[in-house]
Design a binder for this molecule. Sequence first.
Ligand code: NAP
Length: 252
Amino acid sequence: MSAVPADYQPRADLLAGRTVLITGAGDGIGRAVAEACAAHGATVVLLGRTVRKLERVYDAIVDAGHPEPAIYPMDLLGAAPTHHEELAQRVDSELGRLDGLLHNAGILGPMTAIERYDPDQWARVFQVNVHAAFLLSRACLPLMRRTGDASMVFTSSGVGRHGRAYWGAYACSKFAIEGLSQVLADEVQNEGRVRSNCISPGPVRTAMRAAAFPGEDPQRLLTPREVVIPYLYLLGPDSRGLNGASVDAQSR
Ligand code: NAP
């Protein structure tokens, strides 16, 4: 389903004065969305586990003359609830607001049959893909509610809507993310201060896609930069009123 207007083009200052936190901002889709948010005026908090990659994104944003971002190294696999709460407090004390939160970080895990799936690997995929998104949402909601027009965006996948053999914990984690987004959307509906939606990026030329489809020609896929517009729509003020939707980035 696409709730993004087919001809949507974000205005240059769409996110001016706003703060957007993006998980998994060092690579792939997260990096492209972080750079696009900064290009549209946002102060971006770059969360990821590899500092070197986050620094590259920081440099690209600063070199382009966009608002200086903040780097927040954090491994979502080991992060406890208190780490997420500390992050929300730091954003509040240093930046004063949080208008957008993109839960983008994810891991694929093994591609194998359920009966052969290693339980520890299963738990790791759920920790990064689902539990971290729950913990970060929980920690950031009070801060986001304060702005009065904040947007939470969760990252789904085609296999989070229709199960497919050998996609194991990854597929199940994306079903869970669709559920988390819907439950939260229902809880915040009446307040109208925070909205919660899902986005499924579709096939995109990234390291994760290459790991899942090693025989595929990556040149046939859209690049991360080519899919950022629906993300900007969901994260910015133009999607105000949209809540509980699950959007396909490539079906505008
Ligand atoms: P990617 O290139 O592999 O990037 C994933 C990002 O998540 C990386 O920056 C990675 O950090 C970060 N990350 C992984 N584990 C982490 C952890 N424990 N703590 C903090 N950060 C962590 O993947 P992508 O293709 O851009 O995927 C982005 C999102 O889109 C994911 O949720 C994925 O499931 C979803 N998706 C992608 C596709 C596709 O075709 N690409 C299709 C459907 C859905 P490092 O770089 O430091 O490892």
